[in-house]
Design a protein around this ligand. Structure first.
Ligand code: ZN
Length: 207
């Protein structure tokens, strides 16, 4: 197996842990932790770290490949991006905007089905969040969906909508929240896993 190249950050950490982003590994350890302990930690976690690094590298190269070909995603399938503007970011945003009504109808379909209500729906383009639910005043719930959701397969769009709708009842991620969510969508946790493992990069490409 390949040797793991990583950056070591020392600080006031209680235990050794690693973070992996964009295929790069950073290991955090206390200023007093002996080097040997860190090496042992890395040795023990080697397989897991390598797996994550490989997965992330694949995502980055997938995103680069799509950008190079001028392609994007629409409902989980590759599409050629309309090349109306010179600025590729503008093209992506325009595509997303065009499909906002589709996202809107999916959200309200889920709302009808679950009898949970959304008083206002707005769209955003955050880098880290698929959706947010705000509680404005007394029983007024506003949901913000990331416009990039239209790139995901329909079952994942539904998951994000149902997740945010559930927040109109449970404001945090308590056990009650997950129970309520799974009541409306029994396979919610599988969809969540798929979203995290396979589509996280959709928020980051074309930026
Ligand atoms: Zn949430």
């Amino acid at each position: 197996m390949e040797k793991i190249v990583c950056k070591l950050v020392r600080g006031n950490y209680r235990k050794i842990f690693a973070k992996i982003k964009g295929g790069k590994v950073v290991v955090y350890a206390n200023t007093k932790t002996p080097r040997k302990e860190i090496d042992d930690f890395l040795q023990k976690k080697k397989k897991d770290i390598a797996k994550v690094v490989e997965r992330q590298k694949q995502k980055v190269s997938k995103a680069n490949e799509l950008e190079k070909q001028g392609k994007a995603y629409l409902f989980g399938r590759e599409v050629l991006l309309p090349q109306k503007h010179k600025d590729r970011l503008k093209n992506v945003r325009e595509l997303c905007k065009e499909y906002q009504p589709n996202l809107r109808s999916i959200l309200f379909e889920m709302a009808n089905r679950s009898k949970l209500k959304c008083d206002e729906l707005v769209f955003g383009n955050a880098k880290t969040l698929w959706g947010t639910c705000y509680h404005v005043g007394y029983r007024y719930d506003k949901i913000r969906l990331n416009e990039r959701l239209i790139m995901l397969p329909r079952d994942l769009i539904e998951y994000v909508c149902m997740h945010e709708l559930t927040h109109t009842v449970h404001h945090n991620h308590s056990k009650d929240f997950w129970n309520e969510l799974c009541k409306h969508m029994p396979d919610a946790l599988e969809r969540r896993k798929k979203l995290r493992n396979e589509y996280g990069w959709v928020l980051e490409f074309y930026r």
